[in-house]
Design a protein around this ligand. Structure first.
Ligand SMILES: O=C(O)CNC(=O)[C@H](CS)NC(=O)CCC(=O)C(=O)O
Length: 278
């Protein structure tokens, strides 16, 4: 299976981001990719809630979703839109941070709302309160495709191994982790966490990422870590995309999942240990 990871440097302008994303998807298709992935918040990177309220849409009206579904149909490819920031019907006005798996017929095959919210103070200068703008999901999602079972997740979810354990136990062979990781935590934790999730579950990890300084017409500009990655089930890093935007194409073979799980069948060795004794 040839996969293509789009590494984006999205701004806070959805139409411009869509144009660049479609261009990268086209390049991926030209290089033979049959499954293409985009990062978290493909449509809009912004830290300004008022700006987001002005430029974002609901799922029903979202132009990025419509255009990428049409692209999947025209090119007969699978696409994981890592996530879209979308308006919801919620009374508190919070957005959804939602992944979409699109089939080669253009249909939405799966949706996943990011479960874990990035509410952290990394330093005096850098803090995030994702839950102020986004409402968390509460449902883990496995998506079946002809090329394997996908376990969906987004960014900060990466720090919660039990989610991936649940997905792998449910049959996931490929774990998707579209992200917009912070530069500081990215430098310290990104690669090792991705490799850990791959190794402990004997699964491929596909992690398309946002990169660089994200141009903002309102609010402060955000920066992200880049380094989109593909990790094999034995833990080898098959792709590290560095920090430039662009599409990266490579072949993955699910035989590596079977082999890794045969060599170390830890997925079959989970045991119930009950509450921790104190
Ligand atoms: O806010 C948005 O527009 C979309 N959401 C994000 O970009 C989120 C919340 S700020 N980023 C992360 O989860 C990074 C996690 C991370 O960096 C870590 O776990 O260390």
């Amino acid at each position: 299976m040839r996969v293509g990871l789009c590494q984006l440097n999205a701004s806070d302008a959805p139409p411009e981001n869509l144009e660049r994303t479609l261009e990268m998807l086209r390049q991926g298709v030209a290089q033979g990719a049959r499954f293409l992935l985009t990062p978290e918040v493909t449509n809009c990177v912004s830290a300004d809630r008022d700006h987001q309220r002005r430029v974002l849409s609901t799922e029903e009206d979202d132009a990025t979703l419509t255009a990428i579904r049409a692209f999947a149909l025209e090119n007969s490819v699978w696409i994981l839109i890592g996530s879209l920031a979308l308006k919801t019907e919620d009374a508190d006005g919070r957005f959804a941070n939602r992944s979409f798996l699109i089939g080669p017929d253009g249909a939405i095959r799966a949706r996943y709302d990011k479960i874990h919210m990035f509410d952290v103070a990394i330093s005096d200068r850098e803090s995030y309160r994702e839950s102020a703008g986004f409402r968390p999901g509460a449902q883990a999602v496995l998506a079946t495709t002809p090329f394997g079972n996908l376990g969906l997740s987004i960014c900060y979810d990466l720090r919660f191994p039990s989610l991936y354990r649940g997905l792998a136990q449910a049959g996931a062979q490929i774990l998707t982790v579209p992200s917009a990781f912070s530069p500081v935590t990215g430098e310290a934790h990104w690669e090792v966490l991705l490799r850990a999730r791959a190794i402990e579950n004997g699964a491929f990890v596909l992690a398309p990422a946002q990169t660089g300084t994200h141009r903002a017409s309102e609010g402060r500009a955000r920066r992200t870590h880049g380094h989109s990655m593909v990790v094999a089930p034995w833990g080898e890093v098959l792709l590290d995309a560095g920090t430039e935007p662009g599409v990266h194409v490579l072949d993955i073979d699910l035989a590596a999942v079977t082999e890794a799980r045969q060599r170390v069948p830890s997925l079959e060795h989970d045991r119930d240990f009950g509450p921790v004794e104190e």
